[in-house]
Design a protein around this ligand. Structure first.
Ligand code: FES
Length: 384
């Protein structure tokens, strides 16, 4: 076995870690518990840099926690925590004349354990449920009305009317998702760690297959032909619950930026926006900007708005006015008519390859490999 010098012993004081290179492979060195060990730097999950993870005493031993999504590896032998069977590659370490040497090849090979259950396989493989003849209309209600104190929601009521109409007039299959009924985590900013840390399916979904956003991903990406998003106006914007969902849709949009992979094609979206005062147009613009970046297509007149106007501080009359509004009854129908018409047109000639005039990762101003390594070490110094 050949050994390669990778650094001086003084470069790796006790309780520290470092990323070094063996040939063309990055290896994470750890000096904890009076022992120097070396494991493959690329996490078995999505290649997060293990050498930059926090090292902690847990399960009765020292583990490094991947900085991207939290997979854990025992630093003395690369093993997974109790109950898991992943094995990270380990290198042999020698210390000679104040130098650290590593075996040229791993002495323990990496092995990712087979995970029998694949609860996200349909998302992973993009098993679309739409067909050339389907008319699947999905409504997403983003109001956060308190279920224990039922009250009338104008946005949700208009959405219900729209879905009823789609069903009776067009025989559409309809589904309503009430975001408030789903338990889902906020986006945890994996993209901010590294572009490869934001994955499809979402990293949070992988960690927790029961995360409520999986229902949204399945319905929106795999099932729907037409999407209707309904939101109340809150301080001039869509609801906070809407934004919580939108942030978790980063993983759909990032597939375009990172992999030139458009998950949503040949789908139509429109919006229902209701509020006490105003800002309908600003909310509509915000929603349209986001949904076009996901790949949705809009019909003309793609939103229905309702507000009482800036000076109407008589919210006690809002619901009564809404309920007897002929405009709402007509508007929801025409919104659906336009969506169905466009969906049918699209199905006659669906787009196969969708162009995406968005910035792409490979077009970003480049960073030389050495700069990258310096930066990586800087971040590492910050940890240790
Ligand atoms: S890349 Fe390491 S946990 Fe995801």
């Amino acid at each position: 076995m050949n050994y390669m010098e990778v650094c001086s012993l003084s470069d790796l004081p006790a309780q520290s870690q470092k990323i070094v290179t063996v040939g063309s492979v990055k290896v994470a060195l750890f000096h904890y518990n009076n022992q120097i060990t070396a494991m493959g730097n690329a996490c078995l999950h999505k290649a997060g840099p293990l050498g930059m993870g926090n090292v902690d005493f847990r399960y009765g031993d020292w583990y490094v926690v991947c900085p991207w999504h939290g997979w854990e590896y025992r630093i003395k032998d690369g093993g997974a925590p109790p109950g898991s069977h992943d094995q990270q590659a380990m290198y042999e370490v020698k210390v000679e004349d104040g130098k650290i040497l590593l075996s040229e090849k791993p002495v323990v090979k990496a092995k990712r354990a087979e995970h029998a259950e694949k609860p996200l396989l349909d998302l992973e493989k993009l098993m679309y449920q739409t067909t050339p003849d389907s008319l699947n209309v999905l409504g997403i209600s983003t109001t956060n009305l308190n279920e224990s104190l039922p009250r009338f929601s104008t946005s949700e009521n208009a959405l219900e009317k729209a879905l009823d109409y789609a069903k009776t007039e067009y025989g559409a299959a309809t589904r309503m998702i009430k975001l408030r009924d789903l338990k889902f985590r906020h986006c945890e900013g994996f993209y901010s760690q590294h572009e490869n840390a934001c994955t499809w399916p979402c990293s949070i979904s992988e960690m927790d297959p029961h995360d409520g956003m999986n229902e949204v991903y399945r319905a929106m990406v795999l099932w729907a032909d037409v999407l209707l998003v309904a939101s109340p106006i809150r301080w001039g914007n869509a609801s906070s619950l809407y934004f919580k969902m939108a942030e978790r849709l980063n993983c759909v949009q990032n597939q375009i930026t990172l992999k030139n992979r458009v998950l949503i094609k040949n789908k139509v979206a429109s919006f229902i926006i209701t509020g006490g005062q105003d800002n309908i147009q600003q909310v509509a613009a915000q929603l349209m900007c986001f949904y076009t970046d996901l790949g949705f297509t809009f019909p003309p007149f793609s939103f229905l708005g309702w507000s009482r106007g800036w000076t109407a501080e008589d919210m006690d009359r809002n619901i009564a006015q809404f309920q007897k509004s002929k405009y709402i009854d007509r508007g929801v129908k025409e919104l659906v008519d336009n969506c169905v018409c466009l969906s049918r047109q699209i199905k006659e000639k669906p787009v196969v390859k969708m162009n995406t005039p968005l910035p792409k990762i490979e077009e970003a101003p480049g960073m030389a490999e050495d700069d990258y390594r310096d930066e990586e070490q800087m971040r590492l110094d910050h940890i240790s």
